[in-house]
Design a protein around this ligand. Structure first.
Ligand SMILES: Cc1cc2nc3c(=O)[nH]c(=O)nc-3n(C[C@H](O)[C@H](O)[C@H](O)COP(=O)(O)OP(=O)(O)OC[C@H]3O[C@@H](n4cnc5c(N)ncnc54)[C@H](O)[C@@H]3O)c2cc1C
Length: 413
């Protein structure tokens, strides 16, 4: 008989942004949780905590506040006070403004390394019930009804009542769980870099649609900006590899002079952009979260925000189950979780995908429609508010954490 290894309630495969957030959200539930990742959070090769920056919607901020993580993040977060949307060579412009909406900020931009550091520090302080395991998940078996056998490298294993696959876009777990994935390549790559313009963006984010794809500039602290520049794949590596001066000149061409001259560019990284959707997000004693479940184009900065709302919903249901002594991997719990999250997933995916496709299409008629669309949004606040609601992660019944409320594990006598 094979060694079934340590018995735990929840095994999370992947300790990136999403897996680590879920582990933190499960602290205090009383559940025995193991976060398994071959790359330790502090390793320079950790893919989740690289040079990117993440725009956090207000709902994400509330979740991070409720988890007690926000104060450490806030110290290095830059608020987005307004968003300016435009199309290269066109007349339509739309602006979204926090003050006009009675808000302090439309969102916050945070370096992924900061998110990684804060999550890592918290994971290190959690009670013994939640532990990190440095290993790769290699295989999964259902050799009994009550648990999943999770095989790790180095001949180790865990027996988990619930397996959470948080192992990213190219999820091995998704494949091992036999869940098909619909993949469509946008035929675009994103060049990511930190840049310094002559004028401080002062809390203004820019989304500029170019014939090759969208270019986003998000405000960072200290007058810097975070660039995600979508270009054709055949051009991406050459452009990213240009000497700083030539790269800045090309960027200036694409973005214009709204922030004056670009003075400096940091290290560039290139990401191929795709929409990948797993056909199911739950299976027997298994659930997919984060990029393993859905990888979105970064145009509207929705991927982690959406995943964090999944984390909030799943964690709440697991806390409640733990309090009642219920099975954390029961089909009822997983089905209820998936049903609660369905609409948000559909809305965000349709919004993000629609935005990329609308603005990537070169048909002349569409160009006019887009400009009227952008102008229309400027003139008709209802349409603009719809765009903003989506960008801010609103809509539907939010889980407790997304309302800024801590999770409680109710006890039943
Ligand atoms: C250019 C760009 C800009 C973005 N900007 C934003 C933004 O502004 N706002 C936003 O909300 N989202 C944004 N996103 C999306 C966001 O980065 C993702 O949603 C997020 O990184 C997903 O994290 P994850 O933890 O699911 O996956 P990953 O970050 O890929 O982490 C997966 C983890 O699983 C581990 N792993 C892999 N295989 C195994 C295995 N077999 N066993 C165990 N562990 C394993 C890996 O080591 C890794 O730690 C952006 C994405 C890109 C590409």
């Amino acid at each position: 008989m094979t060694d079934r290894g340590e018995a735990v309630d929840v095994a999370i495969a992947g300790g990136g942004l999403v897996g680590a957030s879920l582990a933190v959200a499960l602290a205090g539930s009383g559940l025995a949780v193991r976060v398994v990742d071959p790359v330790t959070a502090e390793a320079p090769t950790q893919p989740s905590y690289d040079d990117r920056n993440t725009a956090l919607a207000p709902a994400s901020r509330r979740i991070l506040e409720a988890l007690g993580l926000w104060p450490a993040i806030a110290a290095e977060a830059a608020p987005i006070r307004s968003i300016h949307v435009s199309e290269q060579g066109a007349f339509g412009i739309t602006r979204m403004d926090a003050a006009g909406e009675g808000l302090d900020a439309l969102g916050h931009v945070v370096p992924n390394r900061v998110l990684g550091r804060v999550l890592r520090e918290r994971l290190g302080q959690l009670p013994e019930a939640v532990q990190q395991v440095t290993a790769r998940v290699e295989a999964v078996d259902w050799d009994d009804n009550d648990a999943v056998a999770v095989r790790l490298d180095g001949d180790r294993s865990l027996s988990a009542r619930l397996l959470v696959a948080a192992d990213g876009t190219h999820s091995v777990l998704r494949e091992r769980l036999g869940i098909p994935c619909d993949d469509s390549d946008y035929g675009q790559c994103g060049i990511v870099a930190n840049v310094t313009p002559a004028r401080d963006p002062q809390g203004r984010a820019y989304e500029r649609f170019t014939p090759e794809g969208p270019l986003a500039l998000l405000p960072l602290r200290g007058g810097h900006a975070s660039l995600v520049w979508t270009v054709a794949p055949e051009r991406a590596e050459a452009l990213a590899g240009l000497p700083d001066d030539a790269f800045l000149a090309a960027l200036q061409d694409a973005f214009g002079y709204r922030l004056g001259r670009f003075l400096r560019a940091g290290r560039r990284a290139v990401y191929p952009l795709r929409l990948s959707r797993s056909r199911q997000r739950i299976t027997t004693r298994g659930v997919l979260v984060g990029n393993a479940a859905r990888t979105l184009h970064p145009v509207a900065g929705q991927g982690f925000n959406l995943a964090l709302r999944d984390v909030a919903e799943l964690a709440e249901r697991l806390h409640v189950a733990a309090g009642r002594g219920d099975d954390p991997g029961s089909p009822e719990l997983l089905r209820a979780y998936a049903a609660a999250r369905r609409d948000d997933h559909r809305r965000v995916t349709a919004f993000t995908d629609g935005l990329v496709r609308l603005f990537s299409n070169r048909l002349p008629g569409l160009r006019l429609a887009r400009n009227l669309g952008l102008l229309g949004m400027e003139l008709f606040p209802a349409a603009r508010q719809q765009l903003m609601r989506q960008a801010m992660g609103r809509g539907g019944r939010p889980p407790r954490l997304a309302r800024g409320l801590p999770l409680e594990t109710p006890t039943h006598g």
